[in-house]
Design a protein around this ligand. Structure first.
Ligand code: GUN
Length: 283
């Protein structure tokens, strides 16, 4: 039976540590603050944003939420970002993705001051991750690294296979694993013989967004399996990209969905917000 990597518990630990750190920072006059912007009514995004607000509260981090209507123009959104870029009490800015179709995602990401870009989506921060000299680690890949640490495996020299090549997860995940000397393979929808690749993985990260895509027969005996997927099935139940039932019989360690990677992403966002407050203080 595989060891369960409980992100919910690990994230609670991290948030408790952050709370103590924030208290100390406040004594030095450093007050972390996060602005979260959501445009439109996407129900999943609304839940994520609510959870981010709650996490701020739990860590003693000041937060502002901007819930803008679906018909908000790109100009209006850019104006708000500009205001927040200049606002002293705000150390981190997050625009919940996806944004409505009439707004260009790249333009929005590029408008956020890189020093306040706690998602680490801005090209400046993406470049810094590439060269291994960064303040902000993208939240989901950073959370995955914490869970890999929790499994007890040493990444150095291991076969790491990532399924999915998104800018938010797959690509930065590859960099973080590489920085720890993993041998990294990125697979995607055009990959041939996927099973051959995944079966070779000591560490398998699934981030494709397809329910139950990775099955037990695609996993190496004893592998660490990290499931980044959060998919809502027709019966409203949440499920990951990994078919948990068959996978847990083969894996050495595995994350549940929910309660695995999800809470870790938010804990890492809190960490970046605190970091931003410290970095911006000394700029
Ligand atoms: N949408 C899905 N994941 C994320 C994330 O990590 N950050 C933002 N801003 N939007 C998201």
């Amino acid at each position: 039976m595989a060891k369960l990597l409980m992100g919910k518990e690990v994230s609670a630990r991290i948030k408790a540590e952050l709370k103590a750190e924030v208290e100390e920072l406040k004594k030095q006059g450093i007050n972390p603050g996060l602005a979260v912007i959501i445009v439109g009514e996407d129900p999943a995004s609304q839940v994520y944003v609510r959870n981010k607000e709650l996490a701020c509260e739990a860590c003693g981090i000041y937060s502002e939420k901007y819930a803008l209507p679906e018909e908000t123009t790109q100009e209006e959104l850019l104006k708000l970002i500009d205001t927040l870029n200049k606002k002293e009490s705000i150390s981190g800015i997050l625009v919940q993705l996806p944004v409505p179709k009439h707004i260009d995602e790249k333009t929005i990401i590029n408008a956020i001051d890189p020093k306040k870009d706690v998602d680490a989506f801005h090209p400046v921060n993406v470049g810094k991750i590439m060269v291994g000299n960064y303040d902000f680690v993208p939240c989901t890949p950073a959370g995955v690294m914490e869970l890999i640490k929790e499994s007890g495996i040493d990444v150095c020299g291991k076969e790491c296979v990532i399924v999915g090549r998104s800018n938010i997860v797959g690509k930065p995940q590859a960099m973080l694993l590489l920085h720890q000397n993993g041998t990294v393979t990125i697979c995607h929808s055009k990959t041939k013989n996927l099973k051959e690749k995944t079966k070779n993985a000591d560490i398998l990260v699934a981030a494709v967004g397809i329910p139950n895509f990775i099955t037990g027969d695609m996993i190496k005996e004893g592998a660490v399996v990290i499931d980044v997927g959060i998919n809502r099935l027709e019966n409203k139940k949440l499920c990951g990209d990994v078919e948990f039932e068959s996978a847990e019989k083969v894996a050495g360690a595995i994350t549940p969905v929910p309660g695995g990677v999800g809470p870790m992403t938010i804990a890492m966002l809190m960490k970046n917000t605190v970091k931003a407050a410290v970095v911006n203080q000394s700029k």
